[in-house]
Design a protein around this ligand. Structure first.
Ligand SMILES: Cc1ncc(COP(=O)(O)O)c(C=O)c1O
Length: 399
């Protein structure tokens, strides 16, 4: 039995919805489905693995070099340096730019904790500032207000797959000579005014965590930049401070991208644009069905989103998530608490001014299923269930 066979019809607020009999099915719509994505390219992935077994290019070497060159081209950046994770990318690039103890780094108060950990690992102080209430992205005016004589960098996080207002951020950063780091961990292939994520700031940090729009089969990351000196320093820092083999010219780390992950990423890279298009198609369908009922992410015309996630906002987020779970729909929260609420950052990060928009996102955000293999039926089913969940949880709240 397909799960669609087990729909029952129910009238909610004058609309007929197709509601799943959850007992008939386990997880009807999964949050991500990497097994499906990998099934399409199984032979190519297997070939890449077999190639690695032949060449033994496990650590740096040809696969990493080729991937770096292909990803730099894709991002329209001069250089790409492969590293072990997105967190390593953020930390190493700030170090490579000479940012460290005594410096402040402005970070949005609504993001994944790694956006701030880069600064912490570099020895700098993250300064959290508020985000735009409609997009959840760094508010350039809040960033401007957070500047002190110690400010050295701004981390522009392209959260959910939508790029920040990079012109407005440049207006804040350039007159003061601040380093602009794009956290593009969720934005592979995203555009701002026609330019790719990772090519607009001084550098862009990417994560290849498996569920990302471009994901490895394990951990991985990269930094893109047009700055040749910065790229050269990053290559040393990721590889134990070595300039050439055995010549350790500075204090470094073992944060290299694995040859195997590079080989697998090379298989996936040519598919990213099509996968992003599929995500956008599902997002449009969600919007069509939900935008009058639910607060969705505002998408700006100059920065078409690649929908790493499909965030929605609900006043009673936890009740809606529980309702959806009973219908076999997986959801996620991205992110709660706001960054100032993490015990790990207590006494380390400071907060600039008030952060009401970040607090609201943390209280209300719920991510709906989103991945390139989502079908129209899946989206329709989730959207119907969301409408019903909003209605039933609201009436339960009133009772
Ligand atoms: C916005 C953001 N920044 C940084 C990272 C860190 O990447 P990684 O998990 O590869 O260290 C992530 C990954 O989840 C992320 O979503």
């Amino acid at each position: 039995m397909k799960y669609h066979d087990s729909f029952r019809r129910q009238s909610v607020k004058g609309k007929t919805l197709h509601v799943l009999d959850a007992r008939a099915q386990g997880n009807a719509v999964r949050f991500v489905a990497l097994d499906k994505q990998h099934a399409h390219i199984k032979d190519e992935l297997t070939d890449a693995f077999a190639r690695l077994l032949r060449t033994s290019a496990y650590t740096l070497g040809t696969e990493v070099e080729q991937f770096e060159s292909e990803f730099a081209d894709y991002c329209e950046a001069g250089h790409c340096v492969g590293v072990s994770s997105g967190t390593a990318a953020l930390a190493l690039v700030l170090r490579a730019a000479g940012i460290g103890p005594g410096d402040e780094v402005i970070v949005p108060a609504h993001t994944f904790i790694a956006s701030a950990l880069g600064a912490v690992h570099a020895g700098a102080t993250p300064v959290l500032c508020d985000v735009d209430v409609a997009t959840g992205l760094l508010d350039p005016e809040a960033a401007r207000a957070a500047i002190t004589p110690r400010t050295a960098a701004i981390v522009a996080v392209h959260l959910y797959g939508q790029m920040c207002d990079m012109d407005a951020i440049a207006d804040v950063a350039e007159p003061r000579g601040l380093f602009v780091l794009e956290d593009a961990a969720q934005a592979h292939g995203a555009l701002y005014k026609g330019r790719r994520a990772g090519s607009l700031g001084d550098a862009g940090a990417f994560s290849f965590y498996p569920s990302k729009n471009l994901g490895a089969l394990g951990d991985g990351g990269a930094v893109c930049t047009d700055d040749e000196m910065l790229a050269a320093r990053l290559r040393r820092l990721r590889n134990l401070g070595q300039r050439t083999k055995g010549e350790h010219v500075e204090f470094g780390f073992n944060e290299r991208l694995d040859g195997l992950q590079a080989a697998l990423l090379r298989v996936k890279l040519p598919h990213v644009d099509a996968w992003n298009d599929a995500r956008r198609t599902s997002a449009e369908r969600y919007r069509e069905l939900l935008s009058t009922e639910v607060t969705l992410l505002e998408e700006r015309p100059e920065s078409p989103c690649v929908y790493h996630l499909m965030p929605a906002r609900f006043e009673n987020r936890d009740a809606v998530a529980a309702e959806l779970r009973t219908r076999g729909i997986e959801t996620g929260i991205h992110y709660a608490p706001a960054m100032d609420g993490h015990p790990a950052l207590e006494g380390i990060a400071t907060v600039s001014g008030e952060i009401p928009a970040a607090q609201a996102w943390a209280a209300e955000e719920l991510s709906l299923p989103m991945h390139p293999d989502l079908t129209v039926d899946d989206v329709d089913y989730v959207a119907d269930a969301v409408i019903e969940a909003v209605a039933t949880t609201a009436s339960a709240g009133e009772a």
